[in-house]
Design a protein around this ligand. Structure first.
Ligand SMILES: [Zn+2]
Length: 225
């Protein structure tokens, strides 16, 4: 005769999860009702698993996207992201190679490119980029000077070979050096003392600052630090 298997007694301070069936300490269950102290039927582990699965569904993703767009939600996220520990974690995360690769790919999407372009047109964003690149711009790095010529340093090798092929009487390095002299002249006239102080630094690679040097706006790099 088969003995009917009776479920084991659940000891005091323990509870059986309705999902996985495991008997776990009550601490492993979330509280359902704070007033009565009633616990949820399934354990934290199972609820996590459920949340994970649910968050992968397209309709749920769409819902979350819309949810995050709500003004009050945006405001909350903004405040939350201002916390130092949060900033630190985000910094660490953004340094990981797989994360960098992901961001690069993400930003290649046409709709992203357009949105980034729009974003970079905002005055406060321009000002930020200017501030961030000021050192590079001020010290006229190869990268920055090349940028004002419409050349990317990463393409230098290729361009150099092209010039050689056509027996051009100049090299890219030569061009950069000429352009630098020209920029130095303009700045010396415009900025005087500040200029002399800032051009003694070593040149290294620069990121373009999003604007060309040709504009007539006298205020643009001339603000005193
Ligand atoms: Zn469970």
């Amino acid at each position: 005769m088969v003995k009917k298997s009776k479920k084991k007694e659940v000891p005091e301070g323990f509870k059986r999860c309705s999902k996985c069936g495991d008997v776990k300490p009550v601490g492993e269950f979330r509280v359902k009702n704070k007033k009565t102290g009633l616990l949820r039927a399934s354990c934290r582990e199972c609820e996590k698993e459920y949340d994970r699965e649910r968050s992968q569904k397209p309709e749920r993703k769409e819902y979350m996207r819309e949810y995050r767009q709500k003004p009050e939600r945006k405001e909350y996220t903004r405040e939350y992201n201002q916390k130092p520990e949060r900033k630190e974690r985000e910094r660490e995360r953004s340094q990981k190679p797989e994360r960098k690769e992901h961001v690069r790919e993400y930003n290649q999407k046409p709709e992203r490119k357009e949105s980034n372009q729009k974003y970079n047109q905002k005055p406060e964003r321009k000002e930020y980029m200017r501030e961030r690149n000021r050192d590079k711009v001020d010290s006229l790095t190869d990268g920055y000077v090349a940028y004002t010529l419409g050349i990317k340093l990463s393409e230098k090798q290729e361009l150099e070979e092209c010039l050689k092929l056509h027996d051009a009487p100049i090299t890219i390095d030569g061009l950069i050096s000429l352009k630098r002299k020209q920029l130095q002249e303009t700045r010396r006239e415009r900025d005087g003392e500040r200029f002399e102080k800032n051009t003694t630094r070593k040149h290294d690679d620069a990121v373009g600052c999003g604007e060309d040097e040709g504009s007539k706006d006298p205020d643009r790099y001339g603000k005193n630090a």
